[in-house]
Design a protein around this ligand. Structure first.
Ligand code: BG6
Length: 483
């Protein structure tokens, strides 16, 4: 049985990069790999003066680039892909409504609609108003609104955007995207914790000494410096993606695997994070350096970056969660551009045994921390480090890994957008950010964004400013320094 109801998928921003790179290939995969044949009615909307045929060619090209060709692709583009030009004025959306009615009548669709805002954030607000005013917030069937990130620029603007959305749409119609939630390994955090008693029973302040989250990228701003220079690392990575990781790693078990139960538990954790103190934050900005042995220029050398910009491209922070489970357990977070390599990892570092019976020379305890390292990308998998006695004498302990790798067990991980688009079509909001969740997250970071903190230089290809470990009081440096 088809998992999705017949519907029309309407993309605003149809001629943009996200549509071409992610949305079109993902819709095609949902149709062909997830058995959702009804996922095939696509209407692209944008300001460009394109015809249906232009957009069909564009769709075809996007699929070709993603590795799909052949008669199914041609047939889809010819029969089920449409385009509508709009200036995004209210009157234009009246003409869009008429176009939607016509397509639905032609294809015999029942009036279920997805409106996907793949637009620059400055266009969210006016488009939502126009959709509402053109009477498109509800229709003959269900109507769903998908909003891309960034959702707001701070707490006030996120609140304003939520208010505006709620003027026309009910929260159950709204899907705020954070593509990290579509990643298989991020969803697995819930399974790892709540399907395995082995770990969950030790997942607390009694057993855990620290949590480390590293989201490292070796890329720079890649042609997006214009956006990035106004956003910076907190808005670009921390308020959304990293905050999702913190809430999934630290939340209590939900009552059931249900969108609202899970999201309520996530909000609870976010509300328990103590206000971030200036002394627990180190910002950095990359200078010229070497990535994979190749020289790369400094952030400020990008012509789109404002002269003398102090936008941070790196942050390391120490957070605390003031609740019964986590009080006293520091959560160390670091993320940045132009670090040595791309990796997203979470390390849960367990306490050492309360009494040491294994001593080495100079009477030092030789036992190590048990560590669970969850590698979310690339080389997805996890590792549990534990001590064993090295064969022979004298008795010495060595830390050894027990590993699980996704690519040894499974053929291919679905793309994050494929997962999220299927969920939108199925009406499952579990992997989307609820209105209170996004505002709670902004409430945490807005005071930090208002502080005037120094931004320290770091060479591209390093792990950030040298000051990080000392300033944040990392007892043994970072566990995660993947080579
Ligand atoms: C995006 C940020 O949301 O996430 C980018 O805007 C960042 O700056 C990207 O590079 C990272 O996503 P991923 O999936 O490559 O880890």
């Amino acid at each position: 049985m088809d998992p999705v109801d017949p519907h029309l998928f309407v993309i605003f921003g149809a001629t943009g990069d996200l549509t071409q790179r992610k949305l079109i290939p993902s819709i095609f995969r949902v149709m062909t790999e997830d058995g959702a044949a009804a996922a095939h009615n696509l209407l692209g909307v944008s300001r460009s003066a394109w015809s249906d045929d232009d957009f069909r060619q564009y769709t075809n090209q996007s699929l070709h680039t993603a590795g799909y060709d052949g008669s199914l692709v041609d047939e889809w583009c010819r029969e089920r892909v449409f385009y509508h030009q709009t200036e995004r004025r209210a009157t234009d959306l009246d003409s869009l409504r008429e176009r939607i009615d016509t397509i639905e009548a032609e294809l015999g669709l029942p009036g279920n609609r997805v409106f996907y805002l793949a637009l620059p954030p400055a266009a969210f607000s006016s488009t939502i108003d126009q959709l509402g005013q053109a009477g498109l917030a509800s229709g003959p069937g269900w109507t769903r609104l998908v909003v891309e990130k960034p959702f707001g620029h701070d707490q006030a603007t996120a609140h304003q955007l939520n208010d505006q959305i709620h003027t026309y749409f009910d929260e159950h119609q709204v899907y705020r995207i954070d593509h990290y939630l579509g990643k298989e390994t991020v969803q697995n955090l819930l399974a790892f914790r709540f399907a395995n008693l082995l770990f969950e029973s030790a997942w607390n302040r009694d057993r855990v000494e620290a949590i480390e989250i590293t989201v490292a990228e070796n890329l720079g701003t890649e042609g997006r410096a214009d956006y990035y220079d106004n956003a910076g690392v907190i808005r670009d990575m921390v308020q959304n993606h990293i905050t999702q990781l913190i809430s999934l790693i630290a939340m209590e078990g939900p009552r059931a695997f249900d969108a609202d139960d899970i999201r309520s538990e996530k909000v609870d954790v976010l509300e328990s994070i103590s206000p971030i103190k200036a002394e627990n934050v180190v910002y950095g900005q990359y200078q010229a350096g070497l990535i994979d042995g190749e020289p790369v220029p400094a952030y400020r050398d990008d012509p789109e970056v404002a002269e003398g910009s102090v936008t941070p491209t790196f942050v390391a922070m120490r957070l605390s969660i003031a609740n019964w489970r986590w009080e006293g357990v520091p959560v160390f977070v670091r993320t940045g551009k132009r670090l040595p390599r791309k990796t997203t990892q979470i390390a849960v570092v367990f306490r050492r045994p309360p009494v040491c019976i294994f001593h080495g020379v100079q009477d030092e305890c030789t036992s190590h921390h048990n560590v669970v390292i969850l590698t979310l990308q690339p080389n997805e998998g996890f590792e549990v480090r534990f001590d064993i006695k090295a064969p022979g004498s004298p008795l010495t302990l060595v830390s050894q890994p027990l590993r699980f790798d996704y690519d040894e067990a499974f053929a291919r991980l679905p793309d994050a957008y494929q997962t999220l688009i299927l969920d939108v079509m199925e009406g499952d909001q579990t992997l989307f950010v609820r209105s209170d969740e996004v505002e709670t997250s902004w409430a945490l970071y807005t005071p930090l964004l208002e502080m005037d903190l120094p931004v320290l230089p770091y060479p591209a290809g390093s792990w950030g400013p040298d000051e990080v470990n000392e300033r944040l009081g990392l007892p043994n440096g970072w566990i995660m320094r993947p080579e």
